[in-house]
Design a protein around this ligand. Structure first.
Ligand code: NAD
Ligand code: UDP
Length: 315
């Protein structure tokens, strides 16, 4: 059987580069990235493989490639990065997704969109099921991302209904692991780096808001199963339902690193969701998937990664 040819947009980023590693075992990979937040170093180990191609390209501009599957992961994901140039964030998620859907339609590829738990906004329903329509502020500082991703879902469904494009939508909940960028600004990488440097750990607000953290390998296993399962066009939550407060996360990271970092408070950014936990019943039933890596195991691997990175930087 011929190896599938798979396009991964955002393939040099945190999740995208791990997806390249996972899929190159059995497929030919085209990794496309603008290098806005991703880096060549995330995929440097793949550059010599005959099954890997790297293209510098911005999905806001159209491109035509002959592929069997598309994983559309291109988009800044951390609030710091997506708020840096909010108009560009909207363009990437709306025009970029439209371009990738146009490509999928032309070459009859199956396309999976990396959506997000942010489509639920500051959720009133808890935990969040796929049927919940969400509580999103359309004009706040997070809207460029939340609404961008909501329109991306709309486009996916309309290309499916109008043009019969074969689509999948995954709603990804907070995911962490090695290769998160040092300047990413998301909570796990921030706290681990602060703890390892014995710098103050920055709790936004009282730190009583909750999140549910999924390790990268668990997430990608669920996503690849979704891509390769028939009859699931609508969105599917993939995440780890183990919910905790941001303060509890900080305390665990301090304990695991043996850090001397104090906890300090910073202003809570506006529209920061107060609670978040996926209902993963659908993924369990349809994909026979559930997360396996505990937070302690996943954090240990992430701490090792950043420890090594810091020691190399110090040389
Ligand atoms: P990341 O910032 O590490 O990766 C995003 C990648 O997309 C980067 O390599 C970046 O350079 C690239 N990119 C950005 N804009 C682009 C453009 N216009 N054209 C081409 N490439 C572009 O973030 P990540 O955590 O790996 O996120 C990957 C995807 O998963 C994103 O779509 C994000 O919205 C989604 N997601 C991630 C999480 C999470 O917890 N990690 C949660 C929900 C959704
Ligand atoms: N957060 C924090 N300190 C930080 C970074 C983030 O307390 O240094 C909080 C943030 O306010 C949010 C949670 O941690 O409540 C998760 O933030 P992140 O940016 O990782 O993701 P998101 O808000 O998109 O879930």
């Amino acid at each position: 059987m011929r190896r599938k040819r798979i396009l991964i947009t955002g393939g040099a980023g945190f999740l995208g580069s791990h997806l390249c590693d996972k899929l190159i075992e059995s497929a030919d990979i085209i990794c496309l990235d603008s290098f806005f937040t991703g880096t060549k170093s995330n995929v440097a180990h793949l550059l010599s493989s005959p099954h890997f191609e790297l293209i510098r390209h911005d999905i806001v501009r159209p491109i035509l490639l002959e592929v069997d599957q598309v994983y559309n992961f291109a988009s800044p994901a951390s609030p710091v990065h997506y708020q840096y140039n909010p108009i560009k964030t909207v363009k990437t998620n709306v025009i970029g997704t439209m371009n990738m859907l146009g490509l999928a339609r032309r070459v009859r590829a199956r396309i999976l969109q990396a959506s997000t738990s942010e489509v639920y906004g500051d959720p009133i329903e808890h935990p969040q099921k796929e049927t919940y329509w969400g509580n999103v502020n359309p004009i706040g500082i997070r809207s460029c991302y939340d609404e961008g991703k909501r329109v991306a879902e709309t486009l996916m469904m309309d290309y499916h209904r109008q043009n019969r494009v074969d689509i999948r939508i995954v709603r990804i909940f907070n995911t962490y692991g090695p290769r998160m960028a040092v300047n990413d600004g998301r909570v796990v990488s921030n706290f681990v780096l602060q703890a390892l440097r014995n710098e103050p750990i920055t709790l936004f607000g009282e730190g009583l808001q909750t999140r549910s953290f999924c390790y990268v390998s668990d997430l990608l296993e669920g996503i690849v199963r979704l891509m390769n399962t028939d009859g699931l066009t609508g969105p599917v939550n993939i995440g780890n339902p183990a919910e905790m407060t941001v303060r509890e996360l900080a305390e665990l990271i301090i304990e695991m690193t043996g850090s001397r970092s104090p906890l300090v408070h910073r202003d809570l950014p506006s529209d920061d969701p107060t609670q978040r936990r996926p209902d993963i019943t659908l993924a369990k039933e349809k994909l026979d998937w559930e997360p396996k890596v505990t937070l302690r195991e996943g954090l240990a691997r992430t701490i090792d990664y950043f420890e090594k990175l810091l020691s190399e930087a110090a040389v």
